[in-house]
Design a protein around this ligand. Sequence first.
Ligand code: SAM
Length: 273
Amino acid sequence: MNDFAEEVSRGGRFEFGRNWRAFLATVDEERIAEAGLSLRKMLGVGDLEGRSFLDVGSGSGLFSLAARRLGARVHSFDYDPQSVACARELKSKYLPGDQSWTVEQGSALDEKYLESLGEYDITYSWGVLHHTGDMWKALGNVCRTVKKDGKLFIAIYNDKGMRSRLWRRIKQAYCSGTAGRLAVCGIFLPYFFLRTCLACLAAGRNVFADYGRERGMSVFHDWSDWLGGYPYEYANAEEIVNFIEQRGYTLTRIKTTEYLGNNQFVFTRKVGK
Ligand SMILES: C[S@@+](CC[C@H](N)C(=O)[O-])C[C@H]1O[C@@H](n2cnc3c(N)ncnc32)[C@H](O)[C@@H]1O
């Protein structure tokens, strides 16, 4: 049994790749365009022509595909073998035989592996480093993958104190086995569904459909990802900014949340460092 399978079997890790596999069927041109738009907006660019792009924890591969479509040379990796298979599947469907997009299995915690990749114009790691099991080590590692004057685009779960601690317990219960998963889904999926139906009524429009407009994601897959996403760590925005700035970066753009979701950051690596 490899490390990944062993972690899953002892209840220490959610199988994101399984969820991404189900999500793949929903990927279409509209979602790819939304994913591309989210990259362009946060990076403040029109395209990524001539840039190198490292996708750390590439999940479905949607953002690697979007970056490639924007003109970047892309390297994607993920720890979960099924996520890796998903990115490869997207590649063979949308860009078969493309020489400028590589996909492989690797871990953000593996310093030797990251070192072997060299430095990129853009390192992108959205919603990943808090799921590695050692967020601060993973953050330190990705800081070393960016060229001078290059960009580091990360998203990390916000720290909401007791609520974050409680959610860690819930996610742990989900991953503990079939009974835990059924209990967590049995309680929270109907609750999320009802809450979204009420939001539709209040807004007078289909909020379920609106969801796809956020980074090209899908509401049902995001719910599963949220309920099961373990290991789970979090930090407040200030802690992240301090940590990354101490490693030779300046903050370029930030988008914070008041809730339990992700704070998003784009940092620029200082030229002199
Ligand atoms: C919530 S998903 C985000 C995927 C993608 N970045 C996105 O924005 O859609 C988290 C991903 O991080 C991956 N992951 C978890 N631990 C990792 C590690 N140590 N190294 C690389 N990827 C990891 C998971 O397998 C999963 O595909």
